[in-house]
Design a binder for this molecule. Structure first.
Ligand code: NAD
Length: 264
């Protein structure tokens, strides 16, 4: 299916690896020009080179990169200095650390809210009106299945991302909806990325259990009996950015291999 977005410009955050990179790959394969952002310059540059060489293929899509911390004002200013008008924005940054809420002070909460709530809101604020003025826009926020089914040790994520979800529910239905702009959240369950590997290794160290046993148990708890791949996550993101998805707005799209146990 031709998604009808060839030649559009996308800002994809947290895109040197993992889910963000999966989204950038899928968009580039559709002929979308991308500006990818992550903090580490070396890995980001390598990912940009791969996107150009492998994924852009015959589409001729442009790939720019900007090594910045997207959760800071200076980082966002540097990104928007490179390019201002985006047709597509994928918001994403590292998730907050796991832990016990009794140990989190105000600073820990401010960091989580800054990264996983206020940063996407700032990115929406910076781009949505120009999208509306041009009559087309797609914003996809990478959040988490923890918004629908909270995970006890991820209280910072449960809280901060729920705040974003509430905000998005309102702004997606504001006047921009009639001007061709959609804003949706894409909720990953368990995907095979470095973040999951790191989390599993930390749990193995804490509990003394072998990491292979933990991974197997985690897989077993998912009806699909496997973790998702960044490629399949990216494909869902690209579809949400498509012309065909213009009537999907203000939704929380869960991709979790059936792990969420509810009927609705
Ligand atoms: P990852 O660690 O594999 O990749 C994260 C990417 O974001 C990297 O490119 C990193 O450089 C970049 N990044 C991190 N902080 C940044 C910042 N401040 N500014 C710019 N770039 C930054 O992680 P992932 O698994 O792809 O996860 C992406 C998001 O999805 C995270 O917020 C994570 O909590 C959430 N999530 C992931 C899963 C999963 O199973 N992988 C599940 C639920 C939620």
């Amino acid at each position: 299916m031709d998604l009808g977005i060839r030649g559009k410009w996308a800002l994809v955050c947290g895109a040197s690896k993992g889910l963000g990179l999966g989204c950038a790959q899928a968009l580039v394969q559709e002929g979308v020009n991308v500006l990818i952002v992550a903090r580490g310059a070396e890995q980001l540059e390598a990912s940009a080179a791969k996107l150009r060489a492998v994924d852009a293929g015959s589409t001729g899509a442009s790939v720019l990169f900007c090594a910045q911390d997207i959760t800071t004002e200076a980082g966002r200013a540097a990104v928007f200095a490179m390019r201002r008008d985006f047709d597509i924005v994928v918001t994403n940054a590292g998730g907050p650390p796991p832990g016990d809420f009794r140990d989190w002070d105000r600073e820990a909460w401010i960091r989580a809210v800054d990264a996983n709530m206020l940063t996407p809101i700032e990115l929406i604020k910076a781009t949505v009106d120009s999208m509306a003025a041009r009559g087309f826009g797609r914003i996809v926020n990478i959040t988490s299945s923890s918004v629908k089914a909270p995970i006890d040790i991820l209280g910072l994520s449960n809280g901060a991302r729920s705040g974003l979800t509430g905000f998005v529910a309102g702004v997606a239905r504001s006047s921009v909806a009639a001007q061709g702009v959609t804003i949706n959240n894409l909720l990953p369950g368990v995907f095979d990325t470095d973040r999951i590997k790191t989390t599993m290794q930390a749990t193995a160290q804490r509990t003394g259990q072998p990491v292979e046993a933990l991974v197997a148990a985690r897989r077993q708890a998912i009806p699909a009996r496997r973790f998702g791949t960044p490629q399949e996550f990216g494909a869902i993101c690209a579809f949400l950015c498509s012309v065909q998805a213009g009537y999907i707005n203000g939704q929380n799209v869960l991709a979790d291999g059936g792990a969420y146990p509810g009927t609705y």
